[in-house]
Design a protein around this ligand. Structure first.
Ligand SMILES: Cc1cc2nc3c(=O)[nH]c(=O)nc-3n(C[C@H](O)[C@H](O)[C@H](O)COP(=O)(O)OP(=O)(O)OC[C@H]3O[C@@H](n4cnc5c(N)ncnc54)[C@H](O)[C@@H]3O)c2cc1C
Length: 490
């Protein structure tokens, strides 16, 4: 089977700066002493984010480079996926080392998630703000209120919780970049940027989307990836028009383009929406998002649309506390399964191909992987080498899951074909589905049969123009899906 390394994405992941911001209001320490916008400044884009990189105040247990210790598991990457896996595996008695260039740096991304996803993992205390209701603005006339609470992940709380749990179970940390992994029959050695080697029975790559350590399946080319691109700001504003008890998942209105008509044709073709988490009357996270595009929509275009939208909504930004450039590769090839390095989180292809969501799934999947890893490493039969890699990869991507993923990729391919009107009609019908189906679809927890039921139901709920969209635009994505289903099942 041919293989290829995943394209590197050094530029986009991510420009955000982190700081500790109270979710409810500006804390006295972050309150600006003076407004940082002047009459000369035309938009929030001219404002420099005021936050500083954040570090956790925790005493690390460091890997001792002088002793030739062999760990049960070595995890590359201290993001949500890597730390959760280190925590889950070490909890069951396996010794673990985590390699990350800066283990104590705060995570930079602003993560949002459905509250029930965090509750099901017992991590609801790691959401620092929740909204009892979520809503979608389809157009000027139509809003859909969704009875599903949404939350912002308290990234500092979550990282601290995982780190402390890891440390109490003896996990060692090594501050370096992993460069290369060298395999022997029953162990692997990670060679690091500082010249140090770290050896383990199993190496897991949880280094985010841009892994150079895993090989990806060349049967599905990189060109089949879609990309979610967004520009987000955590901002102090004079005021904003959004209800504080509701999270705005998507606002597809384009009335702001009445003032900027030159933006309209491109938005009709490749629409973007506003995502908003209001924390208080003057503190809000706003993100202009292209759900999926291929080739990726230009970042400059996203920012122009966001400037026009905020101007139209009368949102005057006084201070940008954080900004983030979000670029998430969606769909495309999975890693070759199995291979000697195991993936986790972004490297493992776990991102939802139609939505870009990943964090809850990465955390949940870590528990499933951990059970298999512990079973293998802890068993009297000492399952190691190829058998170990095969078992862990199968826990990540059993056949059923691979087939389900084809369905989510079909969702992405369909969205790629829709213009603004088509996208609106799609979400109008989608959020009319029985909540069991739309919740399950967005949380990647429907079986193949349920996904088939969802398609039929979606067709049933669709308006006539939407049915026409499905009939005229879906055959190619459908044919692609059938082909990929056949490949996945080989
Ligand atoms: C800006 C942004 C916003 C997002 N928002 C959401 C959201 O709201 N909800 C959601 O569900 N998903 C979201 N995602 C998608 C996804 O959840 C995140 O990308 C998430 O951070 C992925 O977790 P991870 O642990 O796989 O990788 P990462 O969080 O990227 O962590 C990887 C870690 O590995 C380290 N590393 C990298 N290379 C090496 C190396 N060679 N050696 C050692 N360490 C290395 C990095 O320094 C980093 O600490 C977002 C993504 C982005 C980019």
């Amino acid at each position: 089977m041919a293989s290829m390394a995943l394209v590197q994405f050094p530029l986009f992941l991510n420009a955000s700066k982190s700081t500790s911001i109270s979710p409810n209001t500006l804390s006295p320490s972050t309150k600006p002493t003076r407004f940082q916008i002047s009459s000369r400044q035309e938009s929030f884009l001219d404002l420099t984010p005021t936050s500083k990189p954040e570090f956790l105040n925790i005493d690390l247990r460091r890997h001792d480079a002088s002793c030739r210790r062999e760990y049960g598991m070595v995890v590359i990457g201290g993001g949500p996926a890597g730390l959760r896996l280190a925590e889950r595996v070490s909890l069951q008695g396996v010794d673990v080392c985590c390699i990350d260039p800066s283990p104590l740096s705060g995570w930079a991304n602003n993560y949002g998630s459905w509250v029930d996803e965090f509750e099901s993992m017992g991590l609801e205390d790691c959401l620092d703000k929740t909204w009892p209701m979520t809503y979608v603005i389809i157009d000027e006339q139509k809003r859909k209120y969704l009875d599903r609470p949404y939350g912002r992940v308290g990234r500092k709380v979550l990282k601290t919780k995982l780190m402390e749990s890891c440390l109490s179970q003896g996990v060692r940390f090594h501050a370096a970049k992993a460069w290369k992994v060298v395999h022997e029959e029953f162990s692997s050695t990670v060679q690091c940027s500082d010249g140090c080697d770290v050896k383990g029975s199993l190496v897991v790559d949880a280094s985010g989307f841009s892994s150079a350590l895993l090989d990806y399946d060349a049967r599905r080319g990189q060109q089949q990836r879609g990309y979610q691109i967004a520009h987000g700001i955590l901002a102090e504003v004079e005021e904003h028009p959004f209800d504080l008890d509701k999270m705005l998942l998507m606002d597809w209105r384009d009335s702001h383009m009445g003032n900027e008509p030159y933006l309209r044709p491109a938005n009709n073709k490749l629409p973007t929406f506003l995502y908003a988490m209001p924390f208080s009357h003057n503190l809000i996270f706003l993100e202009e998002t292209s759900l999926v595009s291929r080739p990726v929509l230009s970042y400059a275009e996203i920012k122009k649309r966001m400037v026009a939208r905020l101007r139209h909504l009368g949102i005057k930004v006084k201070q940008v506390l954080e900004d983030e450039k979000c670029l998430i590769p969606m769909g495309g090839p999975l890693p070759i399964i199995p291979q000697s390095v195991v993936g986790a989180g972004g490297t493992a292809g776990l991102v939802h191909p139609s939505t870009g969501y990943l964090v809850a799934r990465a955390l949940a999947t870590a528990s499933v992987m951990a059970d298999v890893i512990v079973e293998c490493l802890g068993s009297i039969r000492m399952v190691r080498g190829r058998q170990l890699h095969g078992r862990v990869w199968s826990s990540l991507w059993p056949l059923e899951r691979k087939l389900e993923r084809e369905f989510y990729c079909f969702g992405m391919e369909t969205l790629l074909k829709l213009d603004l009107q088509g996208t609106r009609r799609f979400f109008d019908a989608f959020f009319d589905l029985d909540p069991y189906y739309w919740h399950g679809f967005l949380s990647s927890r429907l079986s193949l049969e349920e996904l088939a039921m969802l398609s039929l139901s979606l067709f049933g709920h669709a308006s006539n123009p939407s049915k026409l969209d499905i009939v005229s635009k879906c055959p190619i994505p459908l044919a692609k899906m059938m082909g990929q289903l056949a490949l996945a099942s080989i």
